[in-house]
Design a protein around this ligand. Sequence first.
Ligand SMILES: [Zn+2]
Length: 450
Amino acid sequence: MESTSHSAPSSAAESEVVDLVSKLIQFDTSNTGEPATTKGEREAAEWVAARLEEAGYDTTYVESGGPGRGNVFARLPGADPSRGALLLHGHLDVVPAEPEDWSVHPFSGAVVDGYVWGRGAIDMKDMVGMLLALARQYKREGTVPPRDLVFAFVADEEAGGKYGSQWLVEHRPDLFEGVTEAVGEVGGFSLSVTNKEGEERRLYLVETAEKGMGWIRLTARGTAGHGSFLPEDNAVTRLAGAVARVGAHTFPLVLTDAVREFLGAVTDETGLDLDPEGPDLSGHLAKLGTISRIIGATLRDTANPTMLDAGYKANVIPQTAHAVLDCRVLPGRQAAFERELDELLGPGIEREWITKLEPYETTFDGHLVDAMNAAILAHDPQGKTVPYMLSGGTDAKAFSKLGIRCFGFAPLQLPPELDFAALFHGIDERVPVDALLFGTRVLDHFLRNS
Ligand SMILES: [Zn+2]
């Protein structure tokens, strides 16, 4: 198989990207979801600001809704100010990690065996490092990109952006002035497939859509009483029944454009029968490897029970029982989803949204998409970009509220055997050094033609 990956750095950005990613990982920016215990964002943001200033940028440091929730913005003027600016965003926070579970310390940023190891290596200090390296190179070399580039390194993505992207969009829209398009996570990574001729090909998945994310709190109320009484109106029983019905339910298959295009492109390439009406879609999807977990979850809405809470003593029937559902809803399905859910819950179950983030969808076309295709092809002639929908959510949800067209394109050329999906929030999260060098070259090509 032809490989276009080269280990020898050939630009200033490539020379320092590995070191930058490693240093970023060494900031423990664990986001626990609780502002009181979330840490490190300010220190990481100040360090990023210093690296940008060192190269000649003026930076803006903003705290988003709470002390220490650090964000950094910098602009690089483009050749044509009449064109809309391109936002390049990465989050600085990471999910927590338990050192005893890991082969190396999760905040070591160790560079071992051809990988940079640590929490955030692929989510998403890899992209932050690549963007930072390119931003520094452009400023130092006096590069003028075709349009204004806005670099944004933000807080709180891992808890939904309430103290990050959402706050910034609501309170500081001025920081996004003139921005029409954006590029961030989760896309641009390669998926190796075997084509009809039996050769290995790499598809690069570009995120053009995201499911909505909503957390629902369920409450059942009943009659409190002695645990020895005949059961009549028990809140725990009613809630447990509703939770079990939701958990066992399969929502209908609904094909959005992004998913249809992805399945079509993979079918063309591999000859696998990914016809959604076909008899064995999940069996064929599984042949794509672990990515099938994400793709499978974009074929229908999901509602997973994730928390249960009721009672305080073995012989007391409690008056109330609670549960939480993690719901992921396809674009256009919100009303139908809620109707279906209410039917499953049945009478006597109250529900309230504790978090509700809208789905997002754009089309896979236009100048920016052409620039992504060209950048991949320039550095991997065997590659092909395909659109896909992310089953989770990113800061794109917030930025799209400003009318910004968002994509996930953080390019990485991955070894076929690497279980990439499992590395997200996983143990021994790591990114191949070669993938970072490849990604930096692709992003460079992309930004110079954006
Ligand atoms: Zn992320």
